[in-house]
Design a binder for this molecule. Sequence first.
Ligand SMILES: *Cc1c(COP(=O)(O)O)cnc(C)c1O
Length: 228
Amino acid sequence: MPVNISAYQTIQASLADKQVSLIAVSKTKPNEDLMELYALGQRAFGENYVQELVDKAAALPKDIEWHFIGHLQSNKVKYIAPFVHLIHGVDSEKLLVEINKQAAKQGRIIDCLLQVHIATEETKFGFDGPSLHELLLSGRMANYTNIRCRGLMGMASFSEDQSLVQKEFATLHAYFIKAQQAFPDGSFDTLSMGMSGDYELAIQEGSNMVRIGSLLFGARNYPAPNNK
Ligand SMILES: *Cc1c(COP(=O)(O)O)cnc(C)c1O
C-alpha cells in the first residue's frame, strides 16, 4: 500500500499550527516507506519492536529521531540505549532502573515518558494514577541521573464511544498538569496521546505529541520481519 502523502501533508500542517509534534509510526513498514516521508522532511519515527528498530536505525539516515513506543522489556534496553531519542512506554520502576543503567554505560541521558494506564482494557500497560504520583512526589526520580523524565504517554480505550475516549484523555491531561509540579525546571513538557483514530480528540484535550501510523502508511503488514 502506498504512503498517503496528502494525508501526511494535511496532518503535518494542522499539527504545526497547533505546536503538536507528529511521530510517524512505521512499525512493520519497509524502509522505502519511511524514506518517502523523510524526503518530505519527517524526522521523528516511532517503532514498537526492538529488533526492527535496531535494523532500521542501522540502515536509515542518522538524523532520524527514533521513538520507541512499544512495550519495552528490560533485557532489551541495551540494544536501543545507544541511539534512541525518546522512550514513550516506561511502565515500571524496574524499567527505569535498567534504562538508567544502560544510559550511563553509553554516557547518555535518555529522555523518557512514563506510561499511564487510562483505558478500560486490562491489557494496556502503565502506571495507575496513584502509583504515578507516588513515584513523582517521592523524589525517587532523582536517583535516575541518566534519565530525563519528559512527560507522560497513554492510550485511550479502543472504543467508538467518543465521550469515554475524551474522558480518558482528560484524565491523562490532569495527571500531566499535576505531575509537572514535581519538575519546576520545566523539563516535564511532553504529553504523548492520540493515534490515527483519536488524535484530534487527544489534541483537544491537551496532547502535544501524537503517534500516527495507519493514516500515513495504511494498514500494518503483519507479521513484520524480524519481530520474533
Ligand atoms: C501502533 C501504535 C500507534 C499507531 O497506531 P495507528 O492507529 O496506526 O495510528 C500509536 N501508538 C502506539 C503505542 C502504537 O503501538
